[in-house]
Design a protein around this ligand. Structure first.
Ligand code: HPA
Ligand code: ZN
Length: 313
C-alpha cells in the first residue's frame, strides 16, 4: 500500500507514459481470450525476459496486437486513469503509437474513440485531465506517419504534440525532419525519444532538426558537455524513466540522475511502460529517492508541471 507520508505522495504530472505500455497482465489475458484467433500466448507478471530496448519492444508490439476494438482502448486508458489516481497524478500527457494499430488495419477512429471515452469519463467523474501525444514509430514507413497525422487533425483538441519513438538505431532523428516541419506547421508541440540507446548526436538532431521542446530519456546527453550546456541554458526538459532504464540496461548506475540534476538540467520522473516494468510513477520516485535530497525531489515534482505543455500551471 502507498505510504501517504512519502514525499512523492503529492500532486504530480506525468509526461512520458505510453498508453499501450499500460497493458497489465490481466488485461493482456482478457484481450488474449477475447481475440483468441490471434494465437497470442497468455502472460504472467514474470513472463517478460527482456534485457534491452529491442527485446522489450518485441513484447510491447506483441501486446499491441491484442488491442483491436474501441472497448480495448477504453479499458487500457481507464486502467491508466485508475493508476494515475493511486499515484497522485493529476494531469498527464499520454503517448500512443498510431502506426502500431493502423498498420494492422485497426482504424484510428477506433483507437481515438476508446481513448477519448475514457478521458471524458475521467474528467466527468474525477476532474482528472490528460492530453495526447501520438508518437511516430521510427521503424515504420514515413508515408504511414503522414497519413495518420493527417487523420489525427480531426482530434486536434485532444492532441498537444507529436513525438518519435521505437528503436533508435539505425534511425537518426534527421530522417524525420520534413515530417516534423509539417507537425510544427500544424501548431503541435514536438518531443522525441533520443539518447536512450542512441548517441548524444541524436539529441542534437532532435533539437536542431526536429525542433524538439522536450527530450524523452536523453540519458546520453551526459557524454557531451557542450550538449549539457545547451540543455541547461535553453531549459530543455528531459523526461527520465528510472525503472525503464534499469530494466532495459540503459544504466546500472542510479546516481546519474542526480548528477544530471545537479548540473542544472530540468529533469522530470516518469514511468514509460509501467505495466511491462511493473512500476508506476511513485515506484520510480522511490527508486531514485536515496540519491536525491528532499528539496531536489520537490523540484522534480515541480518540474513535472513546468515541463508540461499546459500553460495554466
Ligand atoms: N523507447 C523507445 N520506444 C518506446 C519506448 C522507449 O522507451 N517505450 C515504448 N516505445
Ligand atoms: Zn518511452
Amino acid at each position: 500500500f502507498p505510504n501517504p507520508h512519502e514525499p512523492w505522495a503529492q500532486d504530480k504530472a506525468e509526461l512520458h507514459m505510453h498508453l499501450e505500455g499500460c497493458l497489465e497482465p490481466d488485461l493482456w489475458n482478457k484481450f488474449q481470450r477475447k481475440h483468441s484467433y490471434l494465437d497470442i500466448a497468455p502472460v504472467t507478471t514474470v513472463t517478460y525476459p527482456f534485457t534491452d530496448l529491442s527485446s522489450f519492444l518485441a513484447w510491447r508490439y506483441q501486446g499491441d496486437r491484442l488491442l483491436n476494438d474501441e472497448e480495448d482502448f477504453f479499458d487500457l486508458t481507464w486502467r491508466y486513469v485508475q493508476r494515475a489516481l493511486d499515484n497522485h497524478i493529476v494531469y498527464a500527457e499520454l503517448f500512443f503509437d498510431p502506426q502500431a494499430h493502423t498498420a494492422r488495419g485497426v482504424s484510428l477512429d477506433t483507437v481515438m474513440s476508446g481513448i477519448i471515452r475514457a478521458l471524458r469519463q475521467a474528467e466527468q467523474r474525477y476532474g482528472w485531465t490528460a492530453r495526447l501525444i501520438p508518437n511516430i514509430l521510427r521503424d515504420h514507413p514515413l508515408r504511414t506517419a503522414e497519413d495518420d497525422l493527417a487523420h489525427l487533425e480531426a482530434y486536434g483538441d485532444w492532441i498537444v504534440g507529436v513525438g518519435l519513438d521505437s528503436r533508435e538505431l539505425p534511425y537518426p532523428p534527421r530522417l524525420f525532419r520534413h515530417l516534423f516541419d509539417q507537425v510544427r506547421r500544424k501548431g503541435w508541440h514536438v518531443v522525441a525519444h533520443a539518447g536512450e540507446e542512441g548517441p548524444a548526436s541524436y539529441i542534437w538532431q532532435a533539437l536542431d532538426e526536429l525542433g524538439a521542446e522536450r527530450i524523452d530519456h536523453g540519458i546520453h546527453a551526459m557524454d557531451d558537455p557542450v550538449l549539457m550546456g545547451r540543455l541547461k541554458i535553453d531549459r530543455i526538459p528531459l523526461t527520465i524513466c528510472p525503472w525503464s532504464n534499469k530494466r532495459l540496461g540503459v544504466t546500472t548506475d542510479l546516481s546519474i540522475y542526480y548528477k544530471l540534476f545537479h548540473e542544472g538540467l530540468v529533469l522530470t520522473i516518469n514511468s514509460d511502460d509501467p505495466a511491462y516494468f511493473s512500476s508506476y510513477l511513485n515506484a520510480n520516485f522511490e527508486l531514485i529517492s536515496p540519491y536525491f535530497p528532499p528539496d531536489a525531489l520537490q523540484q522534480l515534482i515541480k518540474n513535472s508541471f513546468v515541463a508540461s505543455f499546459r500553460t495554466d500551471f
